[in-house]
Each structure stands twice: as C-alpha cells, then as structure tokens.
Ligand binder design. Structure first.
Ligand code: URA
Length: 435
C-alpha cells in the first residue's frame, strides 16, 4: 500500500477500505508515515467527509493503536460517562458518587483542563494528597471494593489519536464531525466500559456552537458506540452559559459537595439526574427514568452519595475531612463582588469568555506544563434570564493577584449582556439520542 494512493483516493471523494485505514493508522503510530502526508489526508477527509463504515474503521483502528483496558475483573456492568467539555462542568465530581451509591461500578479515565475548559483531575487535586496516578491493579481493586476509581489517561491509550489530534490542531482540521467523533470514541472504547453515556454540550462555551451540530455529533458517536458493540446514549445539554454557578477548581469542588448535600444549583442537579438516570438504566439498576431519578435523589437525601465521595477521595490518598468541611479547601486572597452598572435582564453570558476569565486568574493552563492556582475563579450570582438592578452582584470573583483580577473583571463585565427585554428561555436539556 502507498500513502500517496490513499490520499488521492480520499481527495477524489472515494471511500477508504478498512485495510487502508488500519494501514495508515498503524504506520502513523509507528512513525513510518510522516506528518505532511497525514496532514494532506486529514484535509481531504475534512472536505470529502467520511462514510459511516470509514468512521467506524478509523475509530477502531485508533482504539487498537495502544493499550486497551481490560475491566473484566470488575463485577457488574461498567458504565462510563464522557463530557465534550465546557465551563463549570463539574458533573463527574457529583455524578460518579451518586451512581456508585446506586451500585454502578465507576471505572473512569479523566483528563486535565486545557484552554478555557476545566478538567476533573485538576479539580480533584484540591484535596491534599489526592492522586490519579494509580496502577491498573489498584484502579480495579478500588472499583471492586468501594465502587469508584478515577485514573489519569495513560500515555498509551489510543496513541494514534494523541498524534492525530495534535496534528489536526495545527492544520485547521479539528472541526470535522467524523474526526471529532472517532477521536472521542476511540479513547472511550479503549477505556473498556460496557456502556457509555455521552454528555454533548452545545453553545458558546462548547466545542459545538450550534444545537444542530451538537445533535449531529451525538448521533455520530452513538452510531459508532453501537456499531462497536457498546450500549451508547448521548444527552445534548446547554453550555451557552456556565454550568451551575462556580467556575474554578476548588470552587467547583465546593459546589459539587453542596450538590451532594442537596443544596446544588438547579441546572447542575438536573444534569446529574438526567445523565445519572441513563447510566442506571444502561447498568441495569433501574427500569425507567422515573425509578432511576428517585434512586439518585435518595442518595443525596440519605447522605450515601456524599459518603461515597469521601470514601473515594480517601482511597486515592486525599484528605476526606475536606468533603465534610469544604471551607478547608484552597482559598484566594482577593474575594470581590462584580456588580452590574445598569438594570435590566441578564440576557447573555458569553460562556467561553467566563472560562477565559478563570484562565486569566490562574485557574487553567496556558500550556500543558503550566502550574494552576486551585483557589481562583468566580461564582455567578445571576444567571441568564435573571432581572438585575444597578449595583446588583453579578458574580463573586476569587483572585490572588490584583492585576489579573482587574483584567478578569473587565473581561467578565464585557461577557455579560444586560438588556431591557427579557430573553427567551431555552430548554437546558436539548434531547437524548439512543441507538
Ligand atoms: N475532544 C477530543 O477528544 N477529540 C476531538 O477531536 C475533539 C474534542
């Protein structure tokens, strides 16, 4: 086989065979095919698109390009959850103990934040001593004994995707539906769960800016998961404003704990119940959404989810006393109200801009090597649709540096639009896609 022929075939709009896809993924992973040829192929795919069977073949080839986790030593149906990423998305923190308290084994691989979006691992490191660098043996042992374990993505999980993603990032070929879907699903399939519930975000803080694109991506990923023999469901949810109220690592941990105590923001609680219900049904722990939601609510009311969270934190070396005394979590030196300079309705909060504010404050990474400040961020006091009077507090900002604070404050105020007209209320859960 020749890479030249594969590039030309795709450039001319023909369908690649499974053998051709396997061959170029293997060759690229081994370093035998140079970046410039793969870049040309990515651009050809970008314009000519891929058929369903090509997308599946690409996903499977990337999933097989490195280690594949064998979770067969874990008892029960393993259900994974994945979010396409957003601002204030602390769902895994609250949701995993809720579903684990209902008997679903949670064996999860999580990532760190990059750019304007946060990552579960960074947030969990707000607990002193907490680590996700655990062996696969310990990972499986913890799932079997306490019901949850979260591990960092191992270097060798879907290495082809790692190389391809880095290449797409610099060749303007990221935003192709088949390439995104196969990238996400290859990692999910390699991570070994029996069932996968996807949280596909849409809006200004998400990767997919329009609801139409988010649904198309959700359908594509559900098709791939189903074709690969895994039960796959996608929830499409709003990311046109931050999820919940808190944005920033320790602040989000605090909000997740408040949610497990029954005092969480409504949109966040609703998302946990919606995704959690799909996980319980997929894992055989509930027959209907109603039954699943009741079981999940009970884990909050009887404190079992909060205790499960503490058990999980302790099992991975963290100080679990912080779960019961969240006021001990890292705190910033500057805590200041950001107030509205006029009255009206808060009609828009440009969501990725809020993520960037957290980044400016030091809560995210500019590069993979940057150190992050766990204590900084902001907590929204008003959400889209709320009426505000001049001087009302829009958000409370947490900072450790005056200059960064002033910069983030200016950017945040510019991201908030206050109008005389009340905005039309959009549904928070846009829909659920099943096979
Ligand atoms: N997230 C991924 O893992 N891959 C993409 O291509 C886009 C988002």
């Amino acid at each position: 086989m020749r890479m030249y022929d594969i590039i030309m075939k795709k450039r001319n709009g023909q369908t690649l065979t499974e053998e051709e896809i396997n061959w170029f993924i293997q060759g690229y992973t081994n370093g035998e095919i140079p970046d410039y040829q793969v870049s040309a192929l990515m651009m050809a795919i970008y314009f000519q698109k891929m058929q369903r069977e090509e997308t599946l073949a690409l996903t499977m080839a990337m999933a097989r390009s490195g280690d594949q986790l064998d979770l067969s030593a874990i008892h029960g149906i393993k259900v994974d959850k994945h979010s396409t990423g957003g601002v204030g998305d602390k769902t895994s923190l609250a949701l995993t103990p809720m579903v684990a308290a209902c008997g679903i084994p949670v064996a999860k691989m999580s990532g760190r934040g990059l750019g304007h979006t946060g990552g579960t691992i960074d947030k969990l490191e707000s607990f002193p001593g907490f680590t996700t660098s655990i062996s696969t043996t310990k990972f499986i042992e913890n799932v079997n004994t306490i019901g949850i374990a979260i591990m960092g993505q191992t270097a060798d999980l879907a290495p082809a995707d790692k190389k391809l993603y880095a290449l797409r990032d610099v060749t303007a070929t990221v935003d192709n539906m088949s390439l995104i879907a196969s990238s996400i699903m290859s990692k999910k399939l390699a991570a070994g769960a029996d069932a996968i519930v996807l949280d596909v975000k849409t809006g200004s803080g998400a990767f997919m800016k329009t609801t139409e694109d988010a649904f198309a991506l959700a359908r594509e990923m559900v098709r791939i998961g189903t074709d690969a023999g895994r039960k796959t469901i996608a929830v499409v949810s709003d990311m046109d404003q931050p999820l919940g109220r808190a944005v920033g690592n320790a602040l989000e941990v605090k909000e997740a704990i408040e949610t497990l105590r029954g005092n969480g923001p409504k949109d966040f609680e609703e998302l946990c119940l919606t995704i959690g219900a799909q996980m319980l049904i997929a894992g055989g722990k509930a027959e209907s959404e109603e039954e699943a939601r009741e079981k999940l609510v009970r884990t909050i009311e009887d404190g079992s989810a909060l205790h499960k969270f503490a058990e999980f934190v302790a099992a991975q070396g963290g100080d679990a006393s912080y779960v019961f005394e969240p006021e001990k979590l890292p705190k910033a030196a500057i805590v200041e109200n950001i107030c509205a300079d006029r009255g009206g309705y808060l009609s828009k909060i440009i969501c990725d801009e809020v993520g960037i504010c957290s980044l400016i404050l030091g809560g995210g990474r500019e590069t993979k090597e940057s150190e992050i400040d766990l204590s900084v961020g902001l907590v929204l006091n008003k959400k889209v649709g709320d009426h505000v009077k001049p001087g009302d507090v829009l958000a409370v900002m947490h900072a450790n540096d005056e200059e960064r604070f002033q910069q983030a404050k200016k950017r945040f105020l510019e991201a908030c639009q206050i109008t005389e007209e009340e905005p039309v209320k959009e549904p928070f859960i846009k829909g659920i896609i099943r096979a």
